[in-house]
Design a protein around this ligand. Structure first.
Ligand code: KG4
Ligand code: ZN
Length: 335
């Protein structure tokens, strides 16, 4: 079954053709990141406008690259939640138009389910159940993936998402938006034990995360140094910050794996590209004899191939939508 998949929930306009949830026939991403960079973050109104301008060309290219047409695909999968609502609606309405004009099934896909499904594209042997750490710009969750469309959240962030914390700390350190990847590069040159930073815990909730105190500690450290005229070694601060985030994420992830009896661990979302997180989990899983699955770097960030992968399993589960499908800004993965 070949699906045309569409993703427009943030600042990437993307379309892909995916076969049977596992094979990417084409994947096209138009990134708006350069334009948003000058504002230090995504401007929702600009994102919606660019999606509107780009979505036809991006979709046509995805069809062309795969040697397909609107008539030859078997369904239209689209991200309908969560995300910037104006941005999500561009993809949803476009997909509804295609479904109406072709008579093909319309398959709504939850964006975070899509991030998890990116792993199905890279790892043919990966099947649920498994434990997944989803870390993106908007979400940080520890999730039991019980089946392809059945999820149970066992931990979440109480404040900033991991990617958000990376981006805010990176901004304070002077890196351009989105700073996560720049901070990661700097961290690889720095000393992770140079600066003492907190590892905030959430009282009574062993699998929840909290990053705002860590981010504030970085901001305060930079302010104090500036006031005293001291120089901060940015590479060392980046390494210390990354080390703290990775320790928070990996310690909760591994503890949950032990308590809930998972030996199959999966990471997903933009922050799963982080070199520190990947390295730490690789070593820890090897030591414990766990199987660790990570998306290849091009599938960590937002793309439509992952929506096509999850869309296939949503279709198999009977999850299709009518033309009354609406976009939703905020929706739990287990809804
Ligand atoms: O999944 P994603 O593309 O978008 C959302 O659904 O939110 O995640 C984007 C986030 C950004 O915060 C970005 O800074 C972060 O992923 N990110 C990284 C790295 N690459 C991307 N964070 C840390 N290290 C990286 N190498
Ligand atoms: Zn995303």
């Amino acid at each position: 079954m070949k699906l045309l998949a569409i993703e427009s929930s943030c600042d990437e306009t993307a379309a892909a053709i995916v076969e049977d949830g596992r094979h990417v026939l084409s994947s096209v991403i138009y990134s708006q990141v350069e334009e948003h960079r000058q504002y230090g973050g995504v401007v929702p109104e600009i994102a919606s406008r660019r999606h509107t301008e780009q979505i036809i060309a991006v979709t046509q290219k995805a069809l062309d690259d795969a040697g397909q047409t609107l008539q030859s695909v078997d369904g239209i999968a689209v991200t309908y939640a969560p995300g910037l609502i104006g941005a999500v609606l561009v993809g949803v309405n476009f997909a509804k138009g295609l479904a109406l004009s072709t008579g093909k099934p319309l398959i709504p896909v939850h964006h975070i389910r899509g991030h998890i499904a990116a792993n199905y594209l890279a790892h043919p042997d990966l099947e649920p159940p498994f434990l997944c750490l989803v870390v993106s710009g908007g979400h940080s969750h520890l999730i039991e993936v019980l089946d392809y469309t059945k999820f149970r959240i066992i931990g979440r962030t109480r404040d900033d998402a991991a990617g958000e914390a990376f981006d805010k700390a990176a901004r304070a350190m002077g890196f351009p938006y989105p700073g996560g990847v720049f901070l990661d590069q700097a961290a690889q040159k720095g000393d992770p034990s140079a600066y003492a930073l907190p590892r905030p815990r959430v009282e009574g909730s062993p699998y929840d995360f909290s990053f705002s105190g860590l981010k504030t500690a970085v901001v305060n450290l930079l302010h104090n140094a500036a006031q005293k005229g001291e120089t901060v070694r940015v590479d060392d601060l980046a390494a210390s910050f990354q080390h703290a985030v990775v320790e928070i994420l990996s310690s909760r992830f591994l503890a949950a794996a032990e308590e809930f009896g998972y030996q199959k661990l999966v990471i997903a979302g933009g922050v799963s590209a982080n070199s520190g997180l990947r390295g730490t989990l690789e070593a820890a899983c090897k030591k414990r004899g766990y199987a660790l699955y990570q998306p290849p770097l091009p599938l960590c960030g937002d793309n439509a191939a992952m929506i096509g992968a999850q869309g296939y399993y949503e279709f198999l589960a009977g999850h299709t939508a009518g033309l009354d499908l609406n976009g939703v800004a905020s929706l739990p993965i287990d809804a």
